[in-house]
Ligand binder design. Structure first.
Ligand SMILES: NC(=O)c1ccc[n+]([C@@H]2O[C@H](COP(=O)([O-])OP(=O)(O)OC[C@H]3O[C@@H](n4cnc5c(N)ncnc54)[C@H](O)[C@@H]3O)[C@@H](O)[C@H]2O)c1
Ligand SMILES: O=P(O)(O)OC[C@H](O)CO
Length: 336
């Protein structure tokens, strides 16, 4: 597919969908965004801004928007899906008839579906019938607000078909956004999902007033349990040391822009899960994915002590003091 003619549809116009629409347009790709709310579509078309998420940032004029998903998807070579993981299946029920037969579907989602414990790429192939070789994942240390500001960032585009991964790479490569390719879809998706839970743990520790040593311990042991799960599920260990693993873990655990870290900090300061949820207006995938990741860990006979403790806190089965004790008083063991 010649780069000049690439056309992308982005569903939908939330934080990350909007930022990726800007990246694609800055890379020379024509972009149509699907927004559920007419005022957001109108804002993008008339003011070149998304009034719901980034009213202060001007979008390229090659980004247009519509409230009609079929219109957004017509002629799209690349279909980018960016909704909360729990909304994906319902969304695909509507969107599937409009997927172009040649389109590569790119998931931006970093969550696990409740009940099925499936990753987004698995839900996409299951619901749409599209082959895995046409489903890619874009993941990495990518805080939407920084990318909207044109700050430098890198990411991984993973797809079993390397040629499809390269087409997506080309469609989103800009002076400030550097995508690498990979074939490890499982590793990229699990890296993205587990780092949200570890960021919750780091936020909790920070909210409790614990120090940088504790935070470094959570990040490092968090990477160890992420890697254990991902490798048990078929991922390559190097992926978890890369942008979609360590890279994303570091950015999410470090940044006050992270919703997951911020949600954890609310809990660490003593807010209930209900109060923290009320204080969080946007998608916080770790909260809805922790239980599913634990189910996957059980199914693959893998220990995930940090995820276990975060899940218990989210279900209000243990107190903050019990959570800290549960991690620190585990039996001594070799580091691996
Ligand atoms: N925000 C970031 O910095 C960032 C970066 C990388 C990855 N992600 C991932 O991207 C995904 C989306 O996150 P976000 O930050 O954009 O969330 P968000 O809350 O900002 O936006 C989600 C959007 O999805 C829309 N939506 C929900 N259900 C829908 C449905 N059924 N049909 C159509 N639209 C629907 C909402 O209206 C909203 O516009 C998450 O999995 C997140 O982990 C986010
Ligand atoms: O705001 P968060 O916690 O959903 O994290 C955003 C991105 O995933 C960081 O790469």
């Amino acid at each position: 597919m010649p780069h000049r003619s690439a056309r992308a549809a982005v569903l939908s116009a939330g934080s990350w969908g909007t930022a990726v629409a800007k990246v694609l347009a800055d890379a020379g790709t024509d972009v149509v965004v699907h927004a559920r709310r007419a005022e957001i579509a109108d804002g993008i078309n008339t003011e070149h801004r998304n009034p719901g998420y980034f009213p202060e940032v001007e979008l390229p004029s090659t980004v247009t928007a519509t409230t009609d998903p079929a219109a957004a998807m017509a002629g799209a070579d690349i279909l980018v899906l960016s909704v909360p993981a729990q909304s994906l299946r319902v969304g695909l029920g509507v969107w599937t008839p409009y997927i172009e037969p040649h389109a590569v579907i790119v998931t931006l989602m970093k969550g696990i579906e409740r009940g099925t414990w499936l990753r987004a790429s698995q839900i996409i192939t299951e619901v749409t019938g599209v082959g895995a070789e046409r489903v890619a994942v874009l993941s990495g240390p990518n805080l939407a607000r920084e990318i909207m500001a044109g700050q430098p960032a890198a990411a991984t585009v993973a797809c079993p078909d390397e040629d499809a991964a390269r087409r997506v790479q080309q469609a989103c490569h800009t002076s400030y956004f550097r995508p690498y390719t990979s074939t490890d879809v499982t590793g990229c998706e699990l890296g993205g999902a587990v780092k949200n839970v570890i960021a919750l743990a780091v936020g909790i520790a920070s909210g409790m007033g614990l120090g940088d040593n504790a935070i470094a311990m959570l990040i490092t042991r968090g990477l160890a349990e992420t890697t254990r799960l991902a490798v048990a599920m078929g991922a390559h260990p190097a992926t978890l040391a890369g942008l979609a693993g360590l890279g994303d873990l570091v950015t999410t655990c470090s940044s006050p822009l992270s919703r997951n870290r911020t949600f954890g900090a609310h809990l660490g300061r003593g807010l209930s899960v209900e109060e923290a949820t009320a204080a969080t207006l946007q998608t916080t995938e770790g909260v809805t994915s922790a239980e599913g990741l634990l189910a996957l860990a059980d199914a693959h006979d893998v220990e995930m002590p940090i995820t276990d403790v975060v899940s218990a806190l989210l279900h209000e089965k243990i107190t903050l003091a019990q959570a800290a004790a549960a991690l620190m008083q585990r039996p001594p063991r070799p580091e691996r």
